[in-house]
Design a protein around this ligand. Structure first.
Ligand SMILES: C[S@@+](CC[C@H](N)C(=O)[O-])C[C@H]1O[C@@H](n2cnc3c(N)ncnc32)[C@H](O)[C@@H]1O
Length: 275
């Protein structure tokens, strides 16, 4: 059955935008209407809903949370890369590890981990900097269960590493064979460094303990200033004194009220020293 393209009325669009703001903190804005309509149309085709009204009822009545997850996947981008914005990984190796590694297990939170490239880049950086005996733990969270499932599997096509992975990287990868030819999987000891779970950054956070560093990159760009302030306040509470918040380079905290010290572009430090 072929479905006509979705035309969202102004009211329907407002409804989707309100839902996205309430549930996920996302600001869709008027300019995103075409994009939202076309992504919803794809969603509805996949799920076989001929009208927006039926799709809306499905989302409203779904108690599993899966329909909302699918909706957020349709509305946001999960774009990510290994070692994206590499200056942050240099900073992790050169500053955060020396400051925190001797004080007990080093804890890092990757707060919008998407399909896993970012937390694995953190794990590999820590492994390289601290050796195989690395006492380090990474908590990786995202709102989308779909991307978390991919992340947890830790299997990527060779192209994700830019073709043939560098020799140093290969030490941490298992090469796929047979049907998995062309794929690489993170070795079990790397996967074991990371704990994945679903977490919505705009909700009250569970007790995750304190972290030496929090990577919260390329997600706050979708939030309003008020929501950014709420998120930064919550993240700050989860940092050790002297711990670091790393945000995407295109989303500086200028104009956002916070209690952190700017250190360098897209890097902020919680005042104080760990006792
Ligand atoms: C563009 S990706 C960024 C991935 C990675 N941090 C990076 O910089 O490469 C944004 C991620 O934020 C997640 N996200 C969006 N809203 C969220 C929320 N309210 N709480 C937690 N994660 C959210 C999306 O599911 C998506 O995986």
């Amino acid at each position: 059955m072929s479905l006509a393209p979705v035309r969202l009325t102004a009211e329907e669009y407002r409804e989707v935008a309100d839902l996205a703001r309430r549930q996920f903190g996302l600001e869709l804005g008027e300019g995103k209407r075409e994009m939202v309509a076309s992504r919803l149309a794809k969603q509805m085709r996949e799920l076989n809903f001929p009208t927006f009204r039926e799709y809306r009822a499905h989302v409203a009545n779904d108690r599993t949370g899966e329909a909302l997850t699918a909706l957020i996947d349709a509305l946001t981008t999960n774009h990510t890369n290994f070692f994206r914005e590499p200056a942050h990984f240099d900073f992790l190796r050169q500053t955060i590890v020396p400051e925190f590694a001797s004080r007990g297990p080093l804890r890092v939170w990757c707060a919008a981990s998407s399909t896993g490239e970012e937390p694995y880049s953190i794990a590999l950086t820590l492994r390289e900097a601290m050796g195989t005996e690395a006492r380090a733990k990474i908590v990786a969270t995202d709102i989308s269960t779909r991307v978390l499932a991919i992340a947890e599997r830790g299997m990527y096509r060779a192209e994700r590493f830019g073709g043939e992975p560098d020799p140093w990287l290969k030490r941490y990868l298992q090469r796929g064979q047979g049907q998995a030819e062309g794929w690489y999987r993170m070795r079990p000891e790397v996967r074991a460094m990371i704990e994945f779970s679903r977490l919505n950054l705009i909700e009250r956070l569970p007790d995750l303990g304190r972290f030496a560093a929090i990577f919260c990159r390329n997600v706050m760009i979708y939030f309003s200033r008020e929501t950014q302030e709420l998120v930064v306040r919550q993240l700050t509470e989860c940092l050790e004194p002297g711990g670091y918040l790393l945000v995407g380079h295109s989303e500086s905290l200028t104009g956002v009220r916070h209690s952190l010290e700017p250190v360098r572009p897209a890097v902020y430090r919680k005042p104080g020293r760990r006792t």
